[in-house]
Design a binder for this molecule. Sequence first.
Ligand SMILES: [Zn+2]
Length: 207
Amino acid sequence: MAYRWPAGTVFKRIDLDVADRACPVCERCMHVCDHRSHPLWTLAGPTQVVNRLGRCPEPSCESRGHTFSPEAALSISMPRGCLGWDVVCWRGQRRFSRHGSVPQLRLELQDTHQIRVSDDAIEHSMGQYQTMLAARQQAPAQLAEAYRAIASLVLTIDGRQPEKGHETLSVVRELMGKWVWCAEPLWSSATQEGRRVIVVARQWAER
Ligand SMILES: [Zn+2]
């Protein structure tokens, strides 16, 4: 998502290197061949993540031409995202545990953390949060353990009515155990696609 930073923004800088400097093919020590800067918001304020990219110096190495990026970048944010995971999770928690509206969250981010983002950016990160949550909770053993003492299930499917051409996330939630079970991006709420989500939910219930 493109984000326009105000002129004069002061960034906190984080430098990242490839964790293992040995070339994964020939084990020679890789050189830093380039830098890739990634500005983003974290709860600590505007942050510039500077990724030092590695490349094997050996011309005959099979990894020739391949550039290696620091793995740690993904623990800070999604690639090219304008928000760090800390902001995404903060918002998701505020939205779904405390039921804050999008405009409320925008103001709270602005007043408490000096983070200025649009309602659209907030909505976008909600989708990311729900996807992450669903992925984490799709661990069958963990889910089975959580439902050991629950005899009946109440499933809901929430999703905003998709506008034409826009993908929407449908989230299946179970109300007795209060877990998000799965999330599916749908191109329309038409019966065919909706049924796919119901089939998945039924499989989970049986399991
Ligand atoms: Zn090599």
